[in-house]
Design a protein around this ligand. Structure first.
Ligand code: MG
Length: 397
């Protein structure tokens, strides 16, 4: 059933700690199951995607976003005869390393960690599955297969790739140094991520009132389908029906992008004819949008960046979120005993390392990155009783 260029679980490069095969599941199905049962996965439900978690019950969270990426990814994988289970595993894990409060949280944590090696959410997702989950007696992390870990590490700076390569030669850091590609399944998850957030951020943006259908008329990818829907169902232009107009437009937009990826990728595969998953890795990206769809998607991204992600109301809450993360970081650095047990123990162990400050800061970064929005908010409140914290930050969060 699988194409020759798909990842075959029986030919997996394996796990860091060898384990006997499962009787009824392939290696990638097993990875997916481990991810679904992890604590980090459950926390995604209370982590911000764009809108803060408590702002409304219908906004996407990291969890529902990840499910949408998995759905889109699986649909495309099936059409291209790629490995659906691997796509699902990568999609469900791709955002595990995200901090609370969305990109604001990650930017703040990266600033706090500037002199201690920085903070990257992709690298953190890998840390979660490689080290931070503590569920198995034999090893730290989830001990996932190479192919799933390769897909989870979507981006990586050169300096971090060099560190990974020193620890694990020929591992998942290597492709960033050799500038090769990951599997088609991993490439697919990147694109499915983009398709998902472009669509659901329009939906959430309109729901929040921060962007309007009128503004969206300047976005080609949206407007072409909106017109088509109105021509098919003129009644949807009535005010009471505009939700259906929005949904039907987004639905057609999603389908068009899915079909575009399938046809552009089929054409690329037809031309290159990779004979194996490893040959895919030596080529330029093969899982692609057509040039026209790439341009349209880019325009939509620019629109969302300027009209939604940088909307004054979004920036206002992100400013407060950053302040909270910075304050939490400072308090835990000064008083590591305020963290939960296993992090206190790790913080104590950091004292015996060659660079104790750096090691201790990493423990704090891991602790904060793992928090949900609401746990971070509660911690901020609790710690405000103990130390002087900038109070206005918590007012709206
Ligand atoms: Mg994502």
């Amino acid at each position: 059933m699988l194409a020759v260029y798909a990842c075959d679980p029986a030919a997996s490069r394996g796990r860091r700690f060898a384990q006997p095969p499962a009787p009824t599941r392939t290696e990638f199905q097993r990875d997916r199951d481990r991810i679904v049962h992890s604590s980090a996965f459950r926390r995604l439900v209370y982590k911000t995607q764009v809108f803060l978690n408590h702002e409304g019950d219908l906004f996407r969270t990291r969890l529902t976003h990840s499910l949408e990426v998995a759905q889109l990814g699986r649909s495309i994988a099936r059409a291209l005869a790629l490995n659906e289970d691997l796509v699902e595993a990568i999609a469900l894990a791709h955002d595990l390393g995200h901090t609370p409060f969305g990109h604001a949280g990650q930017d703040a944590l990266n600033e706090c960690m500037a002199t201690f090696g920085g903070f990257e959410h992709n690298l953190q997702s890998l840390r979660v599955v490689d080290r931070l989950e503590e569920r198995y007696p034999q090893f730290d992390g989830l001990n996932l297969s190479f192919e799933t870990r390769e897909g989870i590490l979507k981006h990586c700076s050169r300096i971090h790739a060099e560190q990974l390569e020193r620890r694990d030669p020929g591992g998942v850091g290597q492709r960033f140094l050799a500038q090769t590609q990951p599997s088609l399944e991993a490439q697919l998850c990147n694109l499915a991520d983009e398709i998902a957030y472009n669509a659901h951020d329009i939906d959430d943006g309109v729901r929040s009132g921060l962007i309007t259908l009128e503004q969206l008329q300047g976005v080609v990818l949206f407007e072409d389908f909106r017109r088509e829907v109105v021509a098919d169902y003129p009644k949807l232009q009535e005010q009471t029906q505009d939700r259906r107009l929005l949904y039907e437009t987004i639905r057609r937009m999603l389908s068009a992008q899915v079909y575009d990826v399938i046809s552009a990728t089929s054409a690329a595969l037809q031309q290159v004819k990779p004979a194996s998953a490893d040959e895919v890795r030596q080529q330029a990206p093969l899982l692609v949008f057509s040039a026209e769809m790439r341009r349209k998607s880019q325009q939509l991204k620019q629109f969302l960046l300027h009209q939604l992600y940088r909307h004054p109301r979004v920036l206002d809450t992100t400013g407060q979120a950053k302040q909270m993360v910075r304050s939490l970081f400072d308090v835990y650095i000064a008083q590591p005993q305020e963290m939960q047990g296993r992090f206190v123990a790790r913080s104590e162990a950091a004292r015996g390392t060659p660079d104790p400050l750096r090691a201790a800061a990493r423990v704090v970064a891991d602790y904060i990155a793992g928090m949900t929005d609401r746990f971070a908010g509660r911690e901020y409140e609790r710690l405000s009783q103990l130390v002087q914290m900038p109070q206005q930050a918590a007012d709206n969060i």
